[in-house]
Design a protein around this ligand. Structure first.
Ligand code: NDP
Length: 273
């Protein structure tokens, strides 16, 4: 029998998840089908419950439903519990396991695909929303020298620092608070690039040989990556690798098999994909 999976979001038409999971299924010879479901903004629970009751085995959850998915889960992995956001649900009879694979996907993309160690490096994480929150624990587990969280609304960054301080070296504040410091890896986890905006970064924030990483992905380089390039940064990456890696982590949770990601990431990085 064909096992069914889906991604639920709003909007959803742009989602690459069905293509990625179909490629994983083909590569690992899994008998499964993966669809995209558009749920009304007030209709996530109904859409997820319906899919579950019709025999669906699991769901990926995207904007704006990750907090609702967290509430729907009957049990949580540690990383989903700490992130307070869920991007993967696994249905086992009437039980719903919630996981958050975004941060693990980010770390794997940086460390493995981009061959950039995080250990003992100075990291600046821009943003304090769901994506940033999910990234903090996996980044700290790599033991950076410091993880600095900068956010337009500094109180949110400071709250995250308090929540995660027992897990590693953290600092937090608004962008200018970090004036005079430089970082080896600067990660844009804000949604600013969606509006072609740039957070108010202080000058000289990039260390020599820094990596500038934007979680957002688009056909054109994002505003942040263009800015980093103008500052002389040569190592630039968008969030396509993270997207494929978080999908691989979800696939592993569901199917117990880890798919190869390299070829799929290269396929998406081609300009015409
Ligand atoms: P949220 O809405 O939860 O958080 C948005 C964050 O962006 C907040 O910290 C907000 O600051 C900040 N922000 C928004 N606009 C600006 C601006 N103009 N200047 C400075 N800061 C700004 O979004 P998410 O955390 O869910 O998503 C963030 C990004 O990550 C999106 O681009 C999303 O596409 C991407 N993403 C990529 C994934 C991947 O697999 N590649 C997975 C998940 C997310 P404030 O608190 O002050 O409002």
């Amino acid at each position: 029998m064909t096992d069914r999976y889906a991604v639920i979001g709003n909007p959803i038409a742009h989602s690459k998840s069905p293509l990625i999971h179909s490629a994983f299924a083909q590569q690992t010879r899994q008998n499964m089908r993966y669809d995209a479901i558009l749920a009304p903004l007030d209709g996530f629970k109904t859409a997820a419950d319906t899919f579950h009751h019709q025999g669906g085995k699991g769901i990926n959850v995207t904007i704006p439903f990750k907090l609702e998915a967290h509430k729907l889960a009957t049990s949580l992995t540690e990383r989903a519990d700490i992130a307070q956001a869920v991007n993967t649900l696994k249905f086992v009879e009437d039980q719903i396991l919630g996981d958050n694979t975004d941060g693990a996907g980010l770390v794997r993309d940086i460390v493995v695909n981009l061959s950039t160690p995080i250990t003992e490096k100075r990291i600046l994480l821009m943003g304090a929303g769901g994506a940033a929150r999910g990234a903090i624990l996996p980044l700290l587990q790599q033991k950076p020298a410091i993880l600095a969280i900068a956010n337009r609304t500094p109180q949110k960054a400071v709250l995250l620092k308090k929540q995660f301080i027992q897990h590693g070296q953290l600092d937090a504040g608004e962008y200018m608070y970090f004036a005079g410091a430089s970082f080896d890896i600067v990660i844009n986890a804000t949604s600013a690039s969606l509006n072609d905006a740039l957070p108010a970064l202080p000058p000289d924030i990039f260390a020599v040989d820094a990596l500038a990483y934007d979680m957002m992905y688009s056909a054109e380089p994002t505003r942040f990556l263009k800015y980093a390039g103008q500052q002389g940064v040569c190592n630039l990456a968008d969030g396509i690798g993270m997207l494929v890696e978080q999908a691989a982590e979800s696939f592993y949770l569901w199917r117990g098999i880890r798919p190869e990601t390299k070829d799929i990431i290269s396929r998406f990085k081609k300009p015409d994909s």
